[in-house]
Write a protein that binds this ligand. Structure first.
Ligand code: GLN
Ligand code: ZN
Length: 765
């Protein structure tokens, strides 16, 4: 029985690629040095998979930045502004597209399906001249072959590529991207013939778009594309790989009827319905690549359970037609558990990172062919059992409290406009109140203090003193700037999820569990392994210390349950919403303790609420219901006079605006300045919004300092669609990545703009 891996992380076990890339970008190392690190990583990954016994080892899943950008290079679809003159695309053009250069900004980046990986969006139009401009796929195939390893080269499939693109600037928004199929197929054919000539006997096309809600003309494009490609396949085995959800029935039919395709890959972890479709009929003679080992999570596979599923699939498709695989590329999980020094052995036994998943895939394949490694399976079964029964996982009281939330509703009893009146009596704010989103610049000094405290190099006393000093500086600065609702600046926080996770029970942290987010950037999500509870207050000390330094209202600052959930590796032994409810209850305790400590304004950030939206429309409602419910649970118990804020880092929520309203926050601050007023169009179209709202008045992602006039202009535009008495004035997001030399003048201008408009409004009365 054969084994296959869809794709593998590129960064290396110790983020070697990240450091090599950044050093090269900083001009500290040559292109050759970067290439050397990359080649070593590729070679060690291939050798590792070959050593384990994997039959279908992928190549071309390595990337210096992103696999979609690699495809753009392969097709020579470089936007004209990068002045590429043809020929093989080198680092200069490639990294300019990815990151911009001194004179031209980067191409847009967006989320890869529902993962936290971001790809570079191709910009296409009728005038793009495609050409075979990057031979990376064949070069890497040959490179592996020279090491004695025959790989299966992986390409982003032609239809998914086009559907992931956007019309270039100046091209009609309604331009049919799929009309370019005829132009890119010839390039794919050249690549295929190149690969064949180099000796490849297999090729893998990733077509993840097949799991989305597609229209019939989009499905037809798949049939057309593969019919066209068929003539170049001759003798080649072709795998079309899907992932991230089950394949809808219509797409399943299209997929399994594709011309020239000999094998199909499915995500059987997220796609439980696909199993039924396969049972309902699978083309005889074709191969089924069964993605049974989860590429999106860090949990050890339940090998006995998987083996049963695989056996039932084998009964349908036939003995030699089943290949054991991963649910998707392992790009979305951490690299190697071997490097974990912080985790204890019990928790470690429950986990499996990319390197371990490769071993699991192989063990399952061997077991199917009658060579079961009994010791490996029984160790796995023991770990599964320990995870099920461990007292560290289950907390009866939490389970009970969370179960009681289901089916019931949790809302503040008074409606929002009455609450706002009650709050205003207490807070006495001017119209167009000014505030910031929470964090202030994280200086080198601040990072050093936190690091040394963590490493126990400075005492708690010294640490508290330093943080208090920082808070006091930030408070003083805000008073000088004359901001109305203050923040403490979050100097004690490294990360908005980690800070809370470290204080909640049920969370574990890795030392090296990095996952690529984009380019050289990686994140290290916490692992939620058990029932979540809050043993002690988490923010009350710092918030009340800060409130004690000023007469102005000080916002308490929390991360919301949905964001904590979406930015963590979540347990797979209970539904996501149950875990979310547990976190919500923990945050609720914190909210109420802040209120008791006389914090009258509390912000609960839900930066990641939208990104948890499922891929398929049919599942949106269910997600939004429990996500919004979780948010309301956190603050349903506060008094009318306590003002609840929330914050979101995106504004493309036209489609979920009713859910946002249903969160029932008193004030919402949102990103606005980067998205050409997409947000305001919602209100222009007549959506009624009665709560306070602060669409960001300037972009904190850029070092540019906006003038007061520019900010006032923005505010005036907002006033054209929103009532004066609900509008707040604030930046787009937290200020932690900026320098004080940028933040001070920008906030000064922001406050001047608010004051200017207040005066204008007063005299217009
Ligand atoms: N309160 C957080 C901050 O200001 C919010 C960050 C975010 O939205 N990503 O840093
Ligand atoms: Zn934000």
């Amino acid at each position: 029985m054969a084994s296959h891996i869809v794709g593998y992380p590129r960064m290396g076990p110790n983020r070697e690629l990240k450091f090599a890339l950044e050093s090269h970008w900083d001009g500290k190392s040559s292109a050759e040095e970067l290439q050397k690190v990359a080649a070593e990583l590729r070679s060690s990954i291939w050798k590792q998979m070959a050593g384990v016994g994997i039959k279908y080892i992928p190549s071309n899943t390595f990337s210096y930045y992103d696999q979609v950008l690699d495809t753009t290079s392969m097709l020579g679809a470089v936007p004209p502004r990068y002045n590429w003159n043809g020929g093989e695309i080198g680092f200069d053009t490639y990294f300019s597209m990815a990151r911009g250069n001194a004179s031209v900004p980067a191409m847009e980046m967006t989320k890869w399906f529902d993962t936290n990986y971001h790809y570079i969006v191709p910009e296409l139009g009728p005038d793009v001249k495609f050409s075979y401009a990057s031979h990376k796929a064949v070069t890497e195939y040959k490179e592996a072959k020279a090491l004695g390893i025959d790989t299966i080269p992986v390409l982003v499939g032609p239809v998914s590529y086009l559907l992931l693109s956007k019309p270039a600037k100046g091209v009609e928004k309604s331009f049919q991207l799929l009309s370019l199929l005829d132009k890119i197929i010839p390039i794919y054919k050249e690549v295929i013939s190149d690969l064949k000539e180099a000796g490849a006997s297999w090729i893998q096309f990733d077509e993840p778009q097949l799991v989305l809600d597609l229209e019939s003309h989009q499905l037809e494009a798949f049939s057309r594309a593969y019919s066209e490609l068929e003539s170049s396949f001759g003798g080649l085995n072709v795998l079309v790989e899907t992932y991230f959800a089950d394949v809808p029935a219509a797409a399943f039919k299209t997929l399994t009827s594709l011309k020239g395709v000999t094998a199909f890959g499915f995500d059987l972890v997220r796609g439980s319905k696909t199993i039924d479709l396969i049972k309902g009929g699978f083309s005889s003679g074709k191969l089924l690549f069964a993605g049974i080992v989860d590429g999106r999570n860090i949990w050890a596979n339940d090998l006995d359970g998987s083996l049963n599923i695989l056996k039932s699939l084998e009964d349908i498709v036939g003995k030699d037609k089943l290949v054991v695989s991963t649910s998707c590329s392992l790009l979305h999980t951490a690299v190697d558990l071997v490097n974990e020094t912080k985790l204890d052995d019990e928790i470690k036994s429950w986990l499996s990172f990319a390197a371990q998943k490769v071993v699991e895939v192989n063990a399952l394949a061997k077991a199917l062919s009658g060579q079961k490694d009994e010791a490996f399976f029984s160790a796995n079964a023991a770990a599964q059992a320990s995870r099920k029964s461990s007292p560290r996982v289950t907390n009866e009281a939490v389970q009970k409290a969370a179960a009681a939330l289901k089916g019931s509703d949790h809302r503040r009893t008074t409606n929002v406009s009455a609450r706002l009146d009650a709050q205003q009596k207490k807070l006495n704010l001017p119209i167009l109140p000014t505030t910031t989103i929470g964090s202030f610049p994280q200086t080198v000094e601040l990072r050093r203090v936190r690091r040394e405290y963590k490493a126990k190099k400075i005492s708690e006393e010294e640490y508290v003193k330093a943080i208090k000093q920082e808070i006091s500086n930030v408070v003083k600065l805000q008073e000088e700037l004359d901001i109305d609702v203050l923040v403490h600046g979050e100097p004690e926080r490294n990360d908005m999820v980690e800070y809370f996770g470290e204080q909640l029970s049920g969370f574990a942290f890795t030392a090296n569990g990095w996952v690529q987010s984009y380019g050289s950037r990686c994140v290290k999500p916490p692992i939620i392994y058990g029932d979540v509870s809050r043993p002690n207050p988490m923010t009350v000390f710092w918030s009340s210390t800060a409130q004690g330094m000023t007469k102005r209202p000080m916002k308490g600052m929390l991360t919301g349950p949905v964001t904590i959930l979406n930015w963590s590796f979540v347990r797979n032994d209970q539904p996501r919403f149950e875990t979310c409810y547990q976190i919500a209850l923990a945050i609720k305790d914190e909210v109420e303790d802040l209120e008791k400590a006389n914090i009258n304004v509390i912000q609960i950030d839900e930066a990641a609420l939208r990104e948890g939206l499922p891929l398929r429309k049919a599942e949106h409602d269910f997600y939004l219901k429990w996500a919004v419910h979780s948010f309301r649970i956190t603050n349903c118990g506060v008094q009318d006079t306590t003002q609840i804020h929330t914050h979101m880092c995106y504004s493309n929520f036209n489609d979920i605006i009713h859910s946002i309203i249903d969160m029932d926050a008193d004030v919402i601050t949102i990103e606005n300045s980067r998205s050409d007023e997409k947000l305001l169009s919602v209100f222009r179209e007549g959506v009624k919004y009665g709560a306070g709202i602060g669409p960001g008045v300037y972009d904190i992602h850029s070092p540019r300092i906006p003038s007061a006039e520019e900010i006032a202009d923005r505010v005036n535009k907002m006033l054209a669609v929103l009532d004066t008495n609900i509008l707040w004035v604030n930046p787009d997001c937290g200020l932690k990545t900026r320098k004080y030399t940028e933040v001070k003048p920008a906030l000064e201008n922001m406050v001047s703009a608010a004051k200017l408009i207040r005066t204008q409004l007063a005299s217009a009365k």
